[in-house]
Design a protein around this ligand. Structure first.
Ligand code: FE2
Ligand code: FE2
Length: 230
């Protein structure tokens, strides 16, 4: 897939990949771009063009992940982006999946074992995911901000941070959730709702995998580097 540059028009980014819409909004851009380029809009919105493009391009292609370049951005910039992403999950993705899950359940002719299993699995998944997000926001991110802004006040210089295992679990579970629906749902359900639900889960999965990759391979190495330097 095409790699975008600052000379591209923002409108063309969306035409070439509408999945970028939430990412673009996450940075604070509002539609109504006219023919403005990425560079012009980033200047107007006071957004780091290079950072924006790097994130957008990682969304474009799984194979595009310029680790060295990403490592050069400030952890504060990365945390800000990650928090906006969390917000999107909390305000949009999770409620939307939940709403569709409820509708799907209502659409089933009768309550059956399979639907119940899907529902319960989803509830557990959601609880774990929200706990993971709030751990990051309440403990991990503030620690990193402190490490950057007031390193002398850090009490635990050797705090070991790793989300990898939790990320893997969250990952596997979302895969299981899809499979529970695709393989085991009992046939009396509303297919329109079910399609929407699955599409939403696939979309969410793509987003969160990218998110976790940034945390694991960029933010954590940055933290280790910062810890070594104080
Ligand atoms: Fe996160
Ligand atoms: Fe995470």
């Amino acid at each position: 897939m095409q790699e975008f540059t600052k000379k591209n028009k923002m409108v063309d980014l969306i035409h070439s990949n509408y999945h970028l819409l939430p990412v673009i909004h996450r940075f604070g851009f509002r539609l109504g771009f006219g023919n403005k380029t990425v560079e012009t809009l980033c200047d107007e919105y006071k957004i780091d063009t290079d950072f924006f493009l790097t994130i957008v391009n990682t969304f474009q292609s799984k194979d595009f992940f310029p680790e060295e370049k990403l490592l050069t951005f400030s952890p504060l910039l990365i945390i800000d982006y990650l928090k906006r992403t969390h917000q999107y999950y909390k305000v949009y993705s999770i409620p939307r999946i939940e709403k569709l899950m409820n509708q799907l359940q209502i659409s089933a002719a009768e309550q059956n074992r399979e639907m119940k299993m899907i529902e319960e699995f989803y509830r557990e998944y959601k609880t774990k995911l929200l706990k993971h997000i709030s751990d990051e926001e309440d403990k991990v991110f503030p620690y990193i901000v402190k490490l950057v802004e007031t390193p002398t006040q850090i009490e635990n210089k050797n705090l070991q941070l790793s989300f990898e295992e939790e990320h893997e679990n969250v990952d596997l579970e979302i895969d299981d959730l899809k499979n529970l629906i695709i393989k085991y749902i009992s046939p009396r359900y509303n297919e329109l709702i079910c399609n929407e639900l699955l599409i939403e889960i696939f979309r969410f999965e793509k987003d969160i995998l990218n998110h976790a990759r940034i945390e694991d391979t960029i933010l954590i190495p940055q933290v280790k580097q910062l810890q070594l330097s104080i």
